[in-house]
Design a protein around this ligand. Sequence first.
Ligand code: ARG
Length: 465
Amino acid sequence: MTEKNAGVLWAGRLEEKPERSAFSFQSSIGFDKRMALEDVRGSRAHAAMLGKQGVIAAEDAAALDEALGKIAQGLQTGEVTVDEGAEDVHSFVEGLLTEALGDAGRSVHAGRSRNDQVATDFRLYCKRVGDAVRAALKDTINVLLDRAGEHAETLMAGFTHLQRAQPVTLGHQLTAWAAALSRDAGRFSDALARMDECPLGSGALAGTTLPLDREAVARDLGFARPALNAMDAVADRDFALELAAACAVTQTHLSRFCEDVCLWASEEWAFVDLGEKWSTGSSIMPQKKNPDFAELVRGKTGRVNGNLIALLTVMKGLPYAYNKDLQEDKEALFDSLDTVLANLRVFSGFMGNAVFNKVKMEASCAGGFLEATDVAEYLVKKGMPFRKAHECAAHIVRDCIDKGLKRIGEAGLADLQKHSPLIEADIFAKITPRACVEARNLPGGPAPDEVRRQIAVLRDAARDI
Ligand code: ARG
């Protein structure tokens, strides 16, 4: 290693080093330092295997193990600080080993390339943080299910086209949200299961002539198996794409929930009070209490969806196998994972504390003829074909509007019978908001007992997340 190029791993080939700003342009230490513990873990497994296979001396393997243990500890306590001048986290850790052990440190990279090293570190990181996202999803699902259970009987207008549609319950809607997050947890689990292969031993792209034990390293690092093909192992970033996509779908769900929460928190709807701890004020308008947390969760979706497109674009047209473009994979995914984790915590925080206004919610079921479908179905049950029943109920609604009535139940029986002789006095009990909800007791419906069943199904599924 020349004096000029001291500290880089490729000094033997290039005597000159890029000038400082160019070097820092291509350096990744500023962000891949997050994977320092994963890098140390991978190096430990690799070094131990090199020792067992006789590629390096047993004493060197033991010395490496001890030094790597100390580095891991030092990183955790803060005694070891990352050298921001290093090219990347891999050079930094190898540099520490060489500094501490001399030639034993120089022996650790046998049969390894930074290409398989970074693919391994990144997968280990994704497995760790992916599990944290799954845990946060589980917590959030449970918060929503708790609230859904409390409000299985709380009547509320359900909306389509942002127009009041049919009576449901708050519990029905919160369970819908939990169902979406439950699928998200499944997406993370699927991605994590598919990425459970260890790239180490793939080298730069073509493996190695050294007698490595790839199975042992994979086992040691907690992977299900070694990656099948060395070229695929260093070129593949499907795992990052899949996680970025799972983050984008989750965040898109959160943005939709938060849009509803923002509407519900408005004075016009007044369905929910988020409380002072989960609101912020205005610098000019003294009266304001804004749902900034829900707005920001909604807004953060922009960056998470952007990260997915950024990653897809980095991968598009990239020739096999490794190219430095792949270094661009990390910041995008780190940001998506950080954002989703933080957003799940904030969302479950304000949802757990939200105070729902049952009176306002119930009032939203009155006055919009939300029972019109129930009138049509009443007629169907009496033998009328649905299309005719739909028309008949529509005429009843028009008639009520003309008469200034707010609900079909306010009309007299004789007036209703003018539209169809099939209508009898029993209709009135069947078209109150509560009756409309309770009669919808098929699987998937909003009837309180049915929603309680749905809650139990999702609760069971959450146990396995
Ligand atoms: N910092 C690099 C990355 O994140 C590590 C791999 C470098 N490999 C190489 N052949 N330059 O991808």
